[in-house]
Each structure stands twice: as C-alpha cells, then as structure tokens.
Design a protein around this ligand. Sequence first.
Ligand code: UDX
Length: 451
Amino acid sequence: MTEGAPAEAERVAGGRERVGVIGAGYVGLVTGVCLASMGYQVTLRDIDAAKVAALNDGQVPIYEPGLAELMEEHRERLTYTLSLERLLERSDIVFIAVDTPPSYSGDADLSRVMSVVDELEKVAGADARHVLVMKSTVPVGTGERVRAELDARGLADVGYCSNPEFLKEGAAIADFLRPDRVVIGSFDDAQGDRVAALYEPLGAPIIRTSVPSAEMVKYASNAFLATKISFINEIANVCEEVGADVDVVAAGMGLDSRIGRSFLRAGIGFGGSCFPKDVSALKQLAGNSGYHFQLLTSVIEVNELQKRRVIGKLKKHLGSLEGKRVALLGLAFKPGTDDMREASSLVLAARLLAEGAEVLAYDPVVDGGMDRLKGVAIRESAEEVVEGADAAVLVTEWDSIVGMDWAAVRESMRSPVLIDGRNALDPVEMMRLGYVFEGIGRLPAHVDVPS
Ligand code: UDX
C-alpha cells in the first residue's frame, strides 16, 4: 500500500477519500459497511482478534437487518484488521466508533477513546492526510480535549471533526444512507469540508458547526426523544385514571405539526444502548457544570416506574403473583434487534421473580444464557410460553408476536389475562376473544366491545 505523498496523490487522483473505522462494533460496522456501499474503500480495525477473524471469515457479529447482505455485496471494498498501522496506511478519513459506556458516576467512560489517542502517538503513520471523525457519542467538550491531547503529543497535523450518529437499531442502514441530517462539527473548515464531501452523495442536509455544538446536537436530540416517550407514558397513566385512550390522544396531538406524530407511542418504557445512557450522561454533564437538569431527572424516573407498572396490572387481576405462571412475549428492547441493553424486560422479569412468579419467555432473536435473565425459562416458541400461563405480557412488538393466533393462545392459557405493554394489539378484538385485557393508557372499560 502506498504511504504519505503517493497516498495523497492517489486520493486526489481518484477523487475519493479512503475510509478507516476504529471499532467494529454496532456503529462502526454499520458506518463502514454503508460507506463501502457508497463506493469508498473501507478498513475496519478492532482490538478483538476473534471478532476480526470472524469478520474476515464473512461472519457478521451483530444482528442488524440488511447488514450481512450489504457486507457480502461490498466485500471487495472492506478490509478488517487488528492493526492500527495498517488502518492508517489504508485510510484518509478515520472514524472513531469505540464504546463510551456509562461509568459508575453516570459520566461517559472515555477510556477507549483516549486509548486510541495513546495508540496514535505510539504507532507510525498518523499525519496531515488523516482526519479523525468522532462517531461515538461523547460528552460535550471531548473534542476539545482530544484536540489538545493530539497537539500535545506531536499530532497537531492530524485533523479532528465531530460527526454524531443517529442510527436506530433495526433501521440503521436506512438511517445511515437516508439520514434526516448529517451534523459535522470542525475546528478547521477544510477538514470539515473533507468529511462533508464524503456524505454529499447522500443528498441530505449537512449541518456544519463547531465541535461542541455537534456533540450537543446528539445529546439534545436523544434527550428530547426520551422526554417525548416519558411524557406520553405519563399521559397514558393519567388516561387510565380519567377514562381516555392514549392512542387516540397521541394521534390527536401528533397531527399538530409542532408536536409531530413520532415517538408518542405509550408503553412500558424506553431501553436500548442509547437513550438511557445518553439521558443520564447529559444530566450528569449539566450537573458537573453546576446546572441541575430537573426535567431529565423526571424523564429517567418516569421510565423506571413505567417498567414496573405491569406488576400492578397483573396483581389487579391475579392477586398475589406467588406461584403464578407469567409468559413474557418478547425480550429485546424493541423489535428488529437482539439488543438487551436496558431492556424493560429485564426489570419486569426480575420484579416478577421477586414476587414469586414463575417466568417463561420467548423472543424470536434473543436466546437464553444471559446472566441477567437467570431464573427465566426461555422457550423456543411463543406457543410454548403461553401454554398453561396465568397471564401473558406483550413486551416487544415483534410482527410474529403481534400476528399470533390469539384465539388459539387464549385457549391454551390457564387464565386469559393479557397485558399489552406496547399497545400493539386491538383491545376490542382481544376482549371479543375473551381476554381480560389491558394496554397502557387504554382501559378496557372505555372501549365499546361489540357483542
Ligand atoms: C435511538 C435513537 O432513535 C437514535 O437516533 C440514536 O442514535 C440511538 O438511540 P435506538 O436505541 O435504536 O435509537 O431505538 P429507538 O427506535 O429510538 O427506540 C428506543 C426505545 O424507545 C425503545 O425501547 C422503544 O421501544 C422506545 N419507544 C420508542 C417508545 O417506547 N415509544 C416510542 O414512541 C418510540
């Protein structure tokens, strides 16, 4: 592979930047594979030897619809390596997509980001040709910190931009290739121009800004969406008290273009790898600067309580849950993913076990063996878990679960208590089938059941 000036000439001559991605996790893989599908040469680097070997073998370590196919289709443009030096040789624009998990204090743990900076200092090859592009969600101020570290370590020529990701699991490829917007924060316009040019073929609006503003767009967006969910969940809880139907209320609200229809689905709370972590991190970030972000404190608390409300609903119909068999339909934090991070099902299952219930669960993608699901009997089919159950809870609205033969399910249950934790089922239909049915914010008492 060419290096230094020849590589620059090759880039300019070819008119195409070559891309590197550090961290072949969820965000890194989707970013790398999508950029390869746009025609860029992409080198992905990970420190996990088993993962790199698997990727080189054509295996996809995560479940994301369409990813395996796209990876296979553009395999010739994708290189996987353990070596940072090799990545630097083969790339111009280098995305950083390493984990930034929450630390005990609630602050984002930046150790993996900082170890990339350490490594860049040690290995040869990082130079003016390279622009580092932060994809990982990092607290506002991180870019300035990384810039200062690079400068202090003799890497002042290496560029730095912030380019937050807005990928939804299960729809990540479409989100990447057809984004609502691309946000690029830069210290130096020319570096920002190079990153912007990479995305130009997508035809999406590109927002150019400072590095701290770009970092903040990501946190503010996720915190706002999480707030919308906790808001509609509280509206749902009030609907239950006053006899309104939250689905109709949300539809009525959503038609106001200032409010918008999305993210107004009431349910048993948000989970996943982003919302819980990012909302806490923003709250923490504000707190560290002396500002108490009161609203976010409530958003988090409402979400925690929402996961537990199903227990009250079950007790209302079954009395004590001691010895009762409860079927959980779905475990993942949402359909289309096998991700269990912060899934509402984890809290729900633990609460049910603590109440003495026997808990059975089925998910089309998640299997057993998880420590956090200890005590939960995972079965191979939805039919097996509902058989003989005293109650069933729809936890994740997978199509295959929503589309089950609910008349047959009703027949196989010991008692027909059904809690729809995602408001995915038709209450009228379920009651007609003989269920003792509850959704979230949709009290059966207020639904007219045709005889
Ligand atoms: C989210 C953001 O959407 C994405 O932009 C960001 O980059 C990462 O975090 P993701 O975690 O994949 O993406 O999931 P998303 O589809 O946004 O759902 C998050 C959670 O909110 C799920 O548990 C979902 O069930 C819940 N949710 C979503 C609701 O309860 N109600 C809604 O109306 C929408």
